[in-house]
Ligand binder design. Structure first.
Ligand code: GDP
Ligand code: IMO
Ligand code: MG
Length: 434
């Protein structure tokens, strides 16, 4: 029996989907435990490229059961479409299990997400507008609707009537927007329930029973350290616990059962949406100039840094070791998968941020006040690159150029966690295991 947690260590999009898919074959269950379809996890096998939003990346393996845990928020319409897409490719979703306690994203959550962002104007968070925040708000306010509620029309109707009374008042009186009728939502969501109902179950019990039988469980994190509602760059975060601890609360598996925590870490940094990002290399369109703007654009173009979920251009910057060390602590990382190293083959020289400086003070750890982070200047170390040397076919660490090995060894030392996997391309087999 083994239980491994995979987590994002930066601002999401580190390549969690690729690494989850890579190792899923060794696991009996792959479990999503936080977030919803704000996530976009890319899995590439041969000529097939899949952007998964809700379905756990282990779905590709026939012996692996995908589980959507209680910590997730589910837009049932999106899930039904994703299942149809997978089925059309010959990938069966029959084994999918959905937690009866997972909360349901309703149409009004999506409207409220957009309305809130509009209200915030230039202070907006830059959400994916998938209704994630408003759904988690209803969850903690104890008025949310759960998957189990969809299975009982009487209970569903009662809960919907209660919540709509309040939500409609907010929609019309605060935002001047159209309200929703119980009937229209009921009709649409009962249709989803008819399709999804057979997959809904007590997944906490399922997973604990499976572990007693010696089965292996992989928890597939979504988002990343810096988007965690407690530990990230609040309020520019998502609304869930995307750290390793969230794998326990989001699945019902206790911390004593977890053996290892694998952090997925990009060889540079990206971020989608608003909020502080100390190593950002501003694009020209965002006011950037000179070599920094060129380097930022190169990272974006060579790394294809465009959102899997919203298609937005991701902000790009050099590797930030302050973020890396913080992630190692917050998640309790036991090992790291370093991804997208091949993208750095485009540079003569590489920069790594080892600390921040603000108002004459040096910060080796995160500053207490976020205002400092907004104004922090990175303290960089420069390392020689391996420009022009293609590393996408390297099968072992020894086959990498000397400067690439030095870069990995340097990051490993400065972050303080072993880099067990090095990813040199999007494909499953473009991975070095050390
Ligand atoms: P996730 O949200 O953490 O699963 O990451 P995304 O799928 O949103 O973004 C990662 C992107 O990088 C995807 O397009 C992957 O196919 C791609 N990718 C993953 N690993 C590598 C790598 O080592 N090299 C390159 N060039 N692309 C990679
Ligand atoms: P994966 O799992 C990157 C960001 C949004 C926004 C903030 C809040 O693919 O790594 P939300 O819609 O969650 O309320 O938006 O969080 N965000 C992500 N950024 N990757 C993700 O997921 C993200 N999920 C949310 O861009 O800044
Ligand atoms: Mg993503």
């Amino acid at each position: 029996m083994s239980a491994t947690v995979i987590v994002g260590t930066q601002w999401g999009d580190e390549g969690k989907g690729k690494i989850t898919d890579l190792i899923s074959g060794d696991y009996d269950y792959v479990v999503r435990c936080a977030g919803g379809n704000n996530a976009g996890h890319t899995v590439i096998v041969g000529d097939t490229k899949l952007g998964l939003h809700l379905m756990p990346s282990g779905v590709m393996y026939e012996n692996c059961t995908p589980v959507i845990g209680n910590g997730c928020v589910i837009d049932p319409g999106v899930l039904v479409k994703e299942m149809a897409m997978l089925n059309s490719l010959g990938i069966s979703c029959e084994r999918l299990k959905i937690s009866c306690d997972a909360h349901v994203i309703m149409p009004y959550h999506k409207v409220l997400d957009g309305a809130d962002e509009k209200r915030l104007g230039k202070n907006k968070i830059g959400t994916t507008k998938r209704g994630i925040g408003p759904c988690y708000q209803d969850k903690v306010a104890r008025r949310g609707i759960r998957m189990q509620d969809l299975l009982d029309e009487k209970i569903f109707k009662l809960k919907l009537e209660t919540v709509l009374e309040r939500t409609n008042a907010i929609l019309s009186k605060v935002y001047g927007l159209q309200t929703f009728s119980v009937e229209e939502i009921l009709e649409e969501y009962l249709d989803y329930a008819r399709i999804l109902g057979k997959h809904v179950t007590e997944t906490a019990q399922l997973l604990n029973d499976a572990m007693r039988e010696g089965k292996n469980i992989l928890f597939e994190g979504a988002q990343g350290t810096m988007l965690d509602v407690d530990h990230g760059t609040y309020p520019f975060v998502t609304s869930s616990s995307c750290c390793s601890g969230g794998a326990c609360t989001g699945s019902g598996v206790g911390p004593t059962r977890i053996d290892s925590v694998l952090g997925i870490m990009k060889a540079y940094t990206t971020r989608v949406g608003e909020g502080p990002f100390p190593t950002e290399l501003f694009f020209e369109e965002n006011g950037g100039t000179g070599q920094d703007a060129v380097d930022g654009e190169t990272l974006c173009q060579v790394g294809h840094e465009f959102g899997t979920t919203t298609g937005r251009k991701r902000r790009c910057g050099w590797f930030d070791a302050v973020v890396g060390r913080y992630a190692a602590d917050i998640h309790g990382l036991t090992e790291i998968a370093l991804t997208k190293l091949d993208v750095l083959s485009a540079f003569d020289t590489l920069k790594v941020c080892v600390a921040y400086e603000c108002n004459g003070e040096r910060y080796d750890y995160f500053p207490m006040q976020q205002s400092v982070l907004f104004h922090a200047k990175p303290v960089y170390e420069e390392l020689p690159g391996w420009k022009g040397q293609d590393i996408t076919e390297a099968k072992s660490f020894d086959e990498l150029p000397e400067n690439a090995k030095s870069y990995i060894n340097y990051l490993e030392k400065i972050v303080g966690v072993k880099m067990k996997y090095v990813s040199t391309g999007p494909d499953r087999n473009q991975t070095i295991i050390r």
